[in-house]
Design a protein around this ligand. Structure first.
Ligand SMILES: Nc1nc2c(c(=O)[nH]1)N[C@H]1C(S)=C(S)[C@@H](COP(=O)(O)OP(=O)(O)OC[C@H]3O[C@@H](n4cnc5c(=O)[nH]c(N)nc54)[C@H](O)[C@@H]3O)O[C@H]1N2
Ligand SMILES: Nc1nc2c(c(=O)[nH]1)N[C@H]1C(S)=C(S)[C@@H](COP(=O)(O)OP(=O)(O)OC[C@H]3O[C@@H](n4cnc5c(=O)[nH]c(N)nc54)[C@H](O)[C@@H]3O)O[C@H]1N2
Ligand code: SF4
Ligand SMILES: [Mo]
Length: 712
């Protein structure tokens, strides 16, 4: 029997491709067949991750019962929900009694629905009365978000629909590799090129995205800021600045113009390694086109100067008069499924729902009113994600932690240290679909629902609010995070009852966000279905929503965008005699994030069974490493080991490794947690590394001094 098809969205990235799930009988049971749906972002296209997503619904590793243990090194045993939740409530309460309210905390994720993200922030502020909440979006979007807020007065990843890419005449991608990370989005780039558009890519690797483009600028990792300033210096020199736009729509240009004098082309070539002639060509292409877009990705942003780097590219966009012009502007390609919504509704340490700021008295008063608490009872902003993890188990730090929808044991910088901090906690609870590397360290593990088993909303990279639909029942014994947070709030006995119905929570979120920057007040589930998603801000039910921002004004007090003076500085670590090369990290096409999901998917493991380090053949020859040979990577923090993939697509002074793997392939054991002062983003994208052909006989203890615990 074939059941009726239901349309919903992919569980993975922020493209949130529309997909249709159709029940089909297979053997003894029913499986869901996945096909692409004609949604405005993907028009029927799906990548291999989306196509294989349903494999995980009935996966044998799936957690279907809460797990507990009394002693960390003992095996888990199955427990009832009542016991598991009682233990969590006790763990959180005891920590607060002993060490104060902020000793209990929550670490969230940008993959959660808007309703869950909202509930998580409310749970910490109202039920725990704690300041200790932050989430993995800090590792993802925070630099671009900080820059956009400073320059434009609002942070919406793309201020225009994705399909506008096809209408732009020139597109520059900086540190963004959609060919691998959002393959169905490539149709819009291809359509643009068919119309004659010119595309430029800034990436230390000649990626699939760069290969499809017309111009590739291949800088030293961590030098994008200098490159942007250098391009703007040339724009000034060649009188390519849009002076009418600068005078009419911006403030702060004279100081930036003065500061740019230091970025003469030869100096910028020395810093970045990009030849002056290539910069000259690039700036002409950007300035002399009718419609130009600058699209930013994690390559430019995941640096200790990531927010200033994003500001440098925004300066260039403003000087060329792009933001608000048709099919033009600066945008960042948000990453996680709900990376955008996840940062709007209050799981970030300094934010409240609707993109309100927790430190703002008016924002506190509004949200406290919706939550039925006194504004003075709301905590003040807490610390950022890495700072929270680094302080776990210490004086003044979190002692009892609930991790929801993130696998920090693999994905946080200096991850071996983070695992050690997680082990030092008085109490750790993790909610996940599988026993992730973080869950392996916990006292209590909660099994949670997957995308096709729940209703809710997600906000994609365009700021379009979508409906995730429940298609199938969750396995017996599994509960949604929404219900878990409501139950825990009841057990903690503080505040008014929390709802566990996603629609009721969404309606509450609409009220909490009303009047804020990310205003969802006018968005209803019915409208989302009728209109293929609704773009925020949407202030009332007769407001059509806002697909394109900045046409007439910027949401700043004076309506103008702001230039910022920003200067190049070295990465937190630069190569030296001991660590002579640069390591950069990122994604490969078949795997997703910490790999909890995709390392369990047969189709994806077949496509990419293990990780590899990209290394230039010249460097490999110097090290004596052959194709497929084992390479040992060593930084000031730890060692890792991976196979070498020899490729001329990478600079000879730099290696690239994916972060999707665990065990001795945990590349984040090596990465540098140096933080951006404004966004608190860690420097995932560059650190100094030593490389050596690995001797296979090395015992594991010699390979990884920090990794004493075999579970790490
Ligand atoms: N297959 C797959 N797709 C994904 C994900 C996944 O894990 N797997 N994750 C999703 C998420 S959460 C995100 S945030 C997005 C991320 O999407 P992207 O930002 O496109 O992905 P990354 O691979 O992290 O980085 C992009 C590029 O930055 C380059 N780079 C490294 N250092 C530098 C530098 O200093 N300067 C510049 N200009 N470039 C540099 C890398 O070589 C890489 O090609 O992808 C989303 N989609
Ligand atoms: N070296 C390096 N490190 C990086 C990056 C990089 O480029 N380089 N990129 C960073 C970026 S951009 C990101 S976004 C982070 C992501 O890193 P993580 O936060 O670790 O991302 P995921 O692997 O998506 O983790 C989500 C976990 O939650 C589970 N899960 C999925 N949905 C739900 C749900 O609804 N509820 C619950 N309770 N669990 C759920 C999944 O099984 C998975 O274990 O990694 C960062 N780390
Ligand atoms: S591009 Fe992203 S949303 Fe689309 S199918 Fe692939 S993982 Fe899913
Ligand atoms: Mo991300």
């Amino acid at each position: 029997m074939a059941g009726s098809p239901t349309t919903t969205h992919c569980p993975y990235c922020s493209l949130q491709c529309g997909m249709t799930l159709t029940p089909r009988e297979q053997g003894a049971g029913t499986v869901l067949e996945v096909t692409g749906a004609r949604f405005p972002t993907n028009r029927g296209g799906l990548c291999e991750k989306g196509r294989s997503a349903a494999e995980l619904l009935g996966h044998p590793d799936r957690l279907t019962t809460p797990l507990v243990r009394d002693v960390r090194d003992e095996p888990f045993r199955a427990a009832t929900w009542d016991e598991a939740l009682r233990r969590i409530a006790d763990g959180l309460t005891v920590a607060q009694e002993r060490h104060g309210p902020d000793a209990a905390g929550l670490f969230g994720g940008g993959g959660m629905t808007n309703e869950k993200a909202y509930q998580a922030g409310k749970f910490v502020r109202v039920a725990l009365r704690s300041a200790s909440v932050d989430y993995n979006g800090r590792f993802c979007m925070s630099s671009a978000a900080a820059a956009a807020t400073k320059a434009f007065g609002v942070d919406r990843g793309m201020p225009f629909p994705l399909s506008d890419i096809a209408r732009a005449d020139t597109v520059l991608l900086v540190g963004s590799n959609p060919a691998d990370v959002m393959p169905p989005a490539m149709r819009w780039f291809a359509a643009g090129r068919e119309r004659g558009a010119t595309h430029l890519v800034v990436d230390p690797r000649h990626t699939a995205t760069a290969a499809a483009a017309d111009v590739h600028l291949q800088p030293v990792p961590g030098t994008d800021l200098a490159l942007a300033n250098g391009l703007l210096h040339l724009a000034v020199k060649h009188r390519l600045v849009d002076t009418a736009y600068v005078a009419g729509r911006t403030t702060g240009w004279p100081a930036v113009k003065r500061a740019l004098r230091q970025y003469w082309p030869d100096r910028v070539e020395r810093i970045t390694g990009v030849p002056v002639a290539v910069m000259e060509r690039a700036v002409r292409l950007l300035a002399e086109s009718r419609a130009t877009m600058i699209l930013s990705g994690r390559g430019a942003e995941q640096h200790a100067k990531g927010s200033d780097t994003a500001l440098a590219w925004i300066n260039l966009a403003l000087a060329l008069g792009l933001p608000g012009r048709p099919y033009s502007g600066w945008a960042t390609m948000t990453g996680q499924g709900n990376g955008q919504g996840g940062r709007e509704h209050g799981q970030k340490a300094d934010q409240l729902p609707g993109y309100r700021m927790l430190a703002d008295p008016a924002a506190r008063a509004h949200v406290a009113g919706v939550w039925g608490v006194d504004p003075d009872e709301l905590p003040q902003p807490g610390v950022s994600a890495y700072e929270m993890l680094d302080g776990l188990g210490t004086d003044g730090g979190v002692r009892a932690l609930l991790v929801m929808a993130s696998n920090v044991a693999v994905s946080a910088p200096r991850a071996a240290h983070v695992r050690e901090r997680l082990r030092s906690l008085d109490f750790l609870a993790v909610s996940d679909l599988f026993l992730s590397e973080t869950a392996e360290l916990a006292d209590v593990v909660l099994p949670t629902t997957q995308w096709a088993e729940e209703d809710g909303t997600m906000t994609n990279l365009e700021g379009r609010v979508l409906r995730r639909r429940r298609v199938t029942d969750a396995p017996e014994g599994v509960r949604s995070d929404l219900a878990v947070l409501a139950d825990l709030a009841r057990r903690l006995g503080r505040g008014e009852p929390f709802d566990d119905d996603p629609r009721a929570v969404f309606d509450e979120l609409r009220r909490a966000s009303a009047g804020g920057k990310a205003d969802y007040a006018g968005i209803t589930w019915e409208r989302i279905e009728a209109e293929q998603g609704v773009f925020w801000p949407c202030r009332s039910e007769d407001d059509a929503g806002t697909p394109r921002l900045f046409r007439d004004a910027f949401p700043t007090p004076d309506g103008r965008a702001r230039f910022h003076v920003v200067h190049h500085r070295d990465a937190a670590e630069t190569p030296d005699d001991e660590y002579p090369y640069r390591l950069t990290t990122g994604r490969s096409r078949a795997h997703y994030q910490s790999g909890t999901q995709t390392r369990r998917t047969k189709a994806l493991l077949d496509a990419e069974p293990e990780p590899a380090v990209d290394i230039h053949p010249d460097l490999a020859a110097r090290l004596g490493v052959a194709e497929g040979g084992d390479l040992e990577l060593r930084t000031r923090r730890a060692r890792a080991r991976m196979r070498a993939r020899l490729t001329t697509t990478i600079r000879p002074d730099t290696v690239f490794a994916p972060f999707h793997w665990s065990g001795e392939q945990t590349i984040n054991d090596l990465t540098n947690p140096a933080l951006d002062p404004a966004s608190r983003m860690p420097e995932f994208k560059v650190c100094a590394v030593a490389l050596e052909a690995a001797r296979t006989a090395d015992p594991p203890s010699l390979r990884s001094p920090e990794r004493e615990d075999p579970s790490g």
